[in-house]
Design a protein around this ligand. Structure first.
Ligand SMILES: N[C@@H](CCC(=O)N[C@@H](CS)C(=O)NCC(=O)O)C(=O)O
Length: 222
């Protein structure tokens, strides 16, 4: 049975897993749940507690007997499965980078899922701190070509997705710099390029966040 990833029909927390799976060109199943009343009912009432997950949530991964939730645990699992883990020597640095990228994602999610009256204030706060954070990320990646140097690892797919989201949120902080080059380098990897250029590329058709959030809303409003 192919690996199955279950998640809402958005990019959200599942997109790094999907990008990694497209990169490996393995057969896998994108089990999407529409973010409609019907879709939510089917998840919360029917599926959620009937899949054998220890900690039922979305995204989930099912790979034979392996049943996981927590997006970072899923990424680490896929990293091990596909030879995309860091070397032993790089492991601590890789963990560090993973959490930095995750903080960026959490930061942007807080702004995106805020209320209409708090959005602008939270956005300004996020943007004020962003240049320093991006400078640190750019310095860490350096010439790369990947986050951990010569070896591509699962954190590159987290970084690709969440840095691309930052670039969409605030293009002026990313355009023309080292991070933009890194994103492009990742997107040019042959298997990913093929996916991004395909007619049914879900990376383009799924919105970044849920339709009810402040940014980018639905469909991809900015
Ligand atoms: N820390 C978890 C967060 C999971 C989470 O909050 N999932 C949200 C979507 S982003 C959800 O709708 N879960 C479905 C549920 O609660 O049943 C992760 O990284 O996977």
């Amino acid at each position: 049975m192919p690996v199955e990833i279950g998640y809402w029909a958005i990019r959200g927390l599942a997109e790094p897993c999907r990008l990694l799976l497209h990169y490996t060109e393995t057969e896998w199943t994108d089990s999407i749940i529409p973010l409609s009343q019907e879709g939510m009912d089917s998840w919360f009432k029917d599926k959620k507690y009937n899949l054998g997950l220890d900690f039922p949530n979305l995204p989930y991964l099912i790979d034979g007997d392996v049943k996981l939730t927590q997006s970072l645990a899923i990424m680490r699992y896929l990293g091990r499965k596909f030879g995309l883990s860091p070397t032993e020597a790089d492991m601590a640095k890789c963990d560090n980078f993973e959490q930095v990228i995750q903080d960026l994602r959490v930061g942007i999610s807080k702004v995106s899922y805020s209320s209409a009256d708090t959005f602008e204030g939270l956005k300004a706060e996020f943007l004020e701190k962003l240049p320093k954070k991006l400078e640190e990320v750019a310095t860490f990646i350096g010439a790369g070509p990947y986050a951990m140097g010569e070896k591509i690892t699962y954190v590159d797919f987290l970084a690709l997705e969440y840095l691309e989201v930052v670039a969409r949120f605030s293009p002026e902080h990313v355009a023309g710099g080292q991070i933009a080059e890194y994103i492009q380098r990742m997107k040019n990897l042959p298997a990913l390029k093929k996916f991004f250029e395909s007619d049914d590329c879900t990376h383009n058709s799924y919105t970044i966040n849920a339709p009810f959030c402040q940014w980018p809303g639905w469909p991809n409003k900015e």
